[in-house]
Design a protein around this ligand. Structure first.
Ligand code: 16G
Length: 245
């Protein structure tokens, strides 16, 4: 992988050669999904090129989704994505969904706290302008793969202490008898860019699903307003349809 032909010996630009060699190695299975690449420094030494050149090749491969970079732990061959089939007619939680599939659910916390509400939150959660709102934002992970970013807003009546949320929001709500009984979900298409694309480890501009869920208690009171981004390459949303009439 790391033996390159110098320009003086008629070789193509070094970063292109390195890029192609890595691409070929992934294609031929020499390195497989989830395998770690040597550090930038080690590649530079092995290939006898500058770290800037290594970085350029690696960045290109990250952009095209062949490699993924995890903060602090290095660069890996992107895991092979198994699609998850998600029913659109059952109100479930991410933790339950993954458990049912025998996958382990985990989260990286992006935010949890109490804030002055946005106009959307005031309107949807039916807050007064003086009330504060609880927000919990997480990157949701199945086994090792980042699947979705979820940003949930709840009234303090429903979630007085966002700090108390552990691995599952719905099981925290269970404790106060506030697990939603019904929800309305709106799904639209987005192309992901910037920090969200990096969190989900997908190339810039990837097709993703934006899902907005408004959940209600049996009493009809709104309990949750969540905006999520789900990976387009990981999810199939499935609903059963019946003849109208
Ligand atoms: C689901 C819900 C999300 C809810 C979360 C609770 C969608 C699009 N979103 O992921 O609204 O907050 O489950 O999961 O389905 P948890 O109990 O595992 O925290």
């Amino acid at each position: 992988i790391f033996s390159l032909v110098k320009a003086s010996e008629g070789g193509a630009p070094l970063y292109l050669q390195l890029k192609k060699n890595i691409e070929d190695a992934v294609q031929r299975g020499v390195i497989g999904p989830g395998d770690a690449l040597p550090s930038e420094r080690d590649i530079a030494i092995k290939a006898d090129i500058s770290r800037v050149t290594v970085r350029k090749a690696v960045q290109d491969l990250v952009k095209s989704g062949i490699l993924v970079q995890r903060h602090g732990s290095g660069t890996f061959v992107a895991p092979r994505m198994e699609r998850v089939e998600q029913s659109l007619s059952r109100l479930t939680s991410f933790t339950d969904d993954m458990a049912r599939r025998g996958m382990s659910a985990s989260s990286v916390w992006l935010d949890k706290g109490i804030y002055p509400p946005s106009p959307d939150e005031i309107m949807i959660l039916g807050l007064s302008a003086k009330e504060l709102v609880a927000r919990v934002s997480r990157l949701r992970i199945a086994n090792e793969t980042p699947m979705a970013i979820e940003r949930a807003s709840l009234s303090l009546a429903a979630l007085p202490d966002p700090e108390a949320v552990g691995s599952s929001l719905y099981s925290t709500l269970d404790k106060t008898g506030s697990r939603p009984a019904r929800a309305v979900q709106r799904i639209s298409a987005v192309n992901l860019v910037g920090a969200d694309a990096r969190l989900l480890e997908v190339p810039e501009g990837s097709a993703c699903l934006h899902i907005e869920r408004i959940s209600y208690l049996a009493s009809g009171k709104v309990i949750e307003f969540t905006r999520s981004i789900y990976r387009g390459d990981a999810y199939d949303f499935v609903a059963e349809l019946r003849l109208a009439g």
